[in-house]
Design a protein around this ligand. Structure first.
Ligand SMILES: NC(=O)c1ccc[n+]([C@@H]2O[C@H](COP(=O)([O-])OP(=O)(O)OC[C@H]3O[C@@H](n4cnc5c(N)ncnc54)[C@H](OP(=O)(O)O)[C@@H]3O)[C@@H](O)[C@H]2O)c1
Length: 285
């Protein structure tokens, strides 16, 4: 189980990061969420995924507050953490992309976003969004850009847009329970040496109590969740971003133990979660 993978430009990024969907939605939970992000950072998490959509900017503020605390405490340097955020499709025009990015930067309290993603495809022409992303890169506001919720055909379309070859990743639903992308999208990504980011890697918590992952995990002295995460990351080129606020969950997810799945383990997982036999539409939440 590799701890890092490479972006197409050769830069290394962690294969495990923290998701933040449903953070930043209420003032009441804010302190607990900042503490969760800080705990993850203290445990060595060096990739955080957020979006302007999450809590309508609230999640970016939570991440920003946690980063500011860690920088002030001297436990983290900016260059050591990789921050991913996402743009609403309705903001993805040439001008709208630049303004949305400025708002995200302000909420995060950062000068640059490491990876900026189009959250899903919308009505603005991809060429406009790509041009805006490239402009933000040239201005140093973002370091890389990518997309989210794109299927293999969408990736083909993007590759044909001027500048589209600079896409760095595609973030999609991928877990044992949602394996459809193994048929076409994941091979496409591999062929283009582009790592895939897996959202909902533990099926929104459901795999934590799944009998098969409990059994397989027990053989390797890890929990069901740790086994399910290790399975998503098994080939070394998929980045999993489980979200957790509960401190016990954060500890469990970021206590990484290598899992060398045996043929028997993989057979059992395949029997419970059959791989795709043909093209399926992309799973979304
Ligand atoms: N690009 C997109 O369209 C898109 C869509 C969905 C998600 N995402 C990103 O992907 C991230 C992950 O997806 P997700 O949050 O939907 O689902 P997830 O990470 O599969 O699951 C999160 C849920 O699992 C629980 N959990 C976490 N660790 C656990 C553990 N060790 N044991 C038991 N339960 C555990 C969490 O509870 P607690 O919070 O209570 O700890 C939370 O309810 C998101 O947060 C977001 O950053 C992107």
């Amino acid at each position: 189980m590799k701890t890092h993978t490479r972006l197409p430009n050769g830069e290394t990024v962690p294969t495990l990061g923290l998701g933040t969907w449903r953070m930043g939605e209420t003032a009441r939970s804010r302190r607990q969420e900042i503490a969760a992000v800080r705990l993850a950072l203290d445990l060595g998490c060096r990739l955080i995924d957020t979006a302007e959509m999450y809590g309508e900017g609230g999640a970016e503020e939570v991440v920003g507050a946690a980063l500011a605390e860690a920088f002030a405490a001297g436990t983290l340097k900016r260059a050591d953490v990789f921050i991913v955020s996402k743009l609403y499709p309705h903001n993805a025009s040439r001008k709208g992309t630049a303004s949305a990015c400025e708002r995200s930067l302000a909420r995060l309290g950062l000068d640059t976003i490491d990876l900026y993603l189009l959250h899903w495809k919308g009505s603005h022409a991809l060429s406009q969004t790509v041009e805006a992303f490239e402009g933000l890169k040239a201005a140093g506001k973002i370091r890389h850009w990518g997309v989210s919720n794109f299927d293999a055909k969408d990736m083909e379309r993007l590759a044909k847009v001027t500048g589209g070859e600079a896409c760095t990743t595609n973030q999609v639903y991928y877990s044992a329970g949602e394996r459809g992308i193994e048929f076409d999208l994941l091979p496409w990504m591999r062929q283009h040496t582009m790592p895939l980011m897996a959202y909902c890697p533990i099926d929104q918590g459901a795999l934590a109590s799944h009998a098969v992952f409990k059994r397989v995990g027990a053989r390797h002295s890890v929990t069901a969740t740790q086994a399910a995460l290790a399975w998503v990351m098994r080939e070394g080129d998929v980045i999993a971003i489980p979200k957790a606020v509960n401190p016990a969950h954060v500890k469990e997810n970021f206590t990484r133990r290598p899992v060398a799945f045996t043929a028997t383990d993989l057979k059992e997982i395949d029997a419970a979660f059959p791989p795709p036999r043909g093209p399926t539409s992309l799973a979304v939440v």
